[in-house]
Design a protein around this ligand. Sequence first.
Ligand code: ACO
Length: 511
Amino acid sequence: MSVTRPGAGTVADIMSSPVVTASPDETVAGAAARMVEAQVGSVVVVDGERPVGILTERDLIRLAAGTTPASEARLSEWATQDPDTIPPATEPAAALETMERRGYRHLPVVEDGRLLGLVSLRDLVRVARIQPVDRPAAEVPRGLEGVAVAETAIGDVRGREGFFHYREYSAPDLAAKRSFEDVWHLLFEGRLPDDAAARAFAEEIRPLREIPADVRAILPEIARSGERFVPLDALRASYSILSLGFRPWLDTDALELRAQAMRTCAVLPTLTAALYRLRQGEEPVEPHPELGHAANYLYMVDGQVPPAAHARALEQYLVLTIDHGFNASTFTARVITSTGADLGSAIAGAIGALSGPLHGGAPSRALDMIEEIGSRDRADAWLRDAVESGKRLMGFGHRVYRTDDPRSTMLREVAERLDGERVEFAKEIEVKAVDVLRELKPGRELYPNVEFYAGIVMDLIGMPRELFTPTFACSRVVGWCAHVMEQAADNRLIRPSAWYVGPEPPRPVPG
Ligand code: ACO
């Protein structure tokens, strides 16, 4: 054990006080009951105000190992007599050294023979931030906010600037100028393709869109399963089957992993559309060989070649959501990959992480909210009421952005281009919601996130609401796979630690 960061102040600042005490003639059973009730690891035995002993969990274990019942054992016999004590001005580092030297977990704090408090190893570790070497060196913020856990060259999100990029290119610029497949190539190969490379990449993708026959045979079963059809869950299940043959990447090579990644990204839209159609009682639509990724996806969903404006709007959404730093699903994929597991496990895990409303499950809820508000005159009261009653406004707030989410800004433009009364109404809701959040959640800097206008764009292009989150998965899967390959190329097992904050062990096992 070593002091890795000196604690501030003295033990008087961190000790527990008042202390749970007992008199020497009390029984161990009575004192132990008081320990349990107060959830502490020791009772100080006092004669008046003077500490004369300390009963710790170790004494209880000693007693339990013998034959004397706790109801008959007296503290004067069973508690540790004349315990070491420390004065209140002791520095936490010195207290820790005493504990280490003497093997104690608790030290009474005494001044002029009077018991003032009790300092425990846990107090020292948690409050004074003096840590045994097997503890993390710094306190970790809840939800790992602001903690960098890996290095990546795939992209970066700059929350204060409202900027994000993929391999140095501004992501909204890419969405404005390039196709989904070009950005996919950028993430996988590290560069944007020239015309020849783009054609070769499209050729490579085309056959990989097909669902293998053995998986196709199982899809009707999956689509019918479950009381409620949750397309993302069905996608996860079918993808798990499709990836059954994928070997742990530790047992393969980079080429095989890339091939699995290409298949995964190419086939996910086909699986999504097929499951949706099967659940509607319709036959799946085969991929269209002439259509690009986004247009083909829309085509497979409703069987019609989509208007170019719809295909392009979807493509821009897909480019904007292809990757986004160390979001929960990407982190999940990298953690799974770090164990050497197969790509299928990493992607299935990432789909699971994406399914939660705090991550990817919000765009349909944002749309539901807009519809529930219904009219302009109800907006202010509705939003106020929701926030005051502790609800979250779906499509607002972000862990990283402290200003407008650039994806939301661009999707608002995409929605405006598609037109529709709802965009105007949504813009009014956006302004009101930001005002309400500023007033009721001051200092939190809450603005619309990608999901707010994503729902509107997808609604305007005719995407069924159940498919909003799976559509997000169909784009983010490219980012996941790029991260899996990056992790595999320079891997170390991701295995962090946790702070133990329960009562001090060991607790005597009853019986
Ligand atoms: N509506 C109301 N209050 C909110 C919202 C919201 N949408 N978002 C955050 N807050 C408040 C919280 O209540 C909290 O207030 P408090 O300090 O009074 O308790 C404060 O802002 C900070 O919230 P956290 O939960 O700590 O923020 P965190 O960074 O953990 O959460 C998240 C980010 C999950 C996106 C959150 O803003 C949220 O729940 N938004 C709604 C769901 C949503 O839109 N999800 C899609 C996210 S985008 C994506 O993943 C692609």
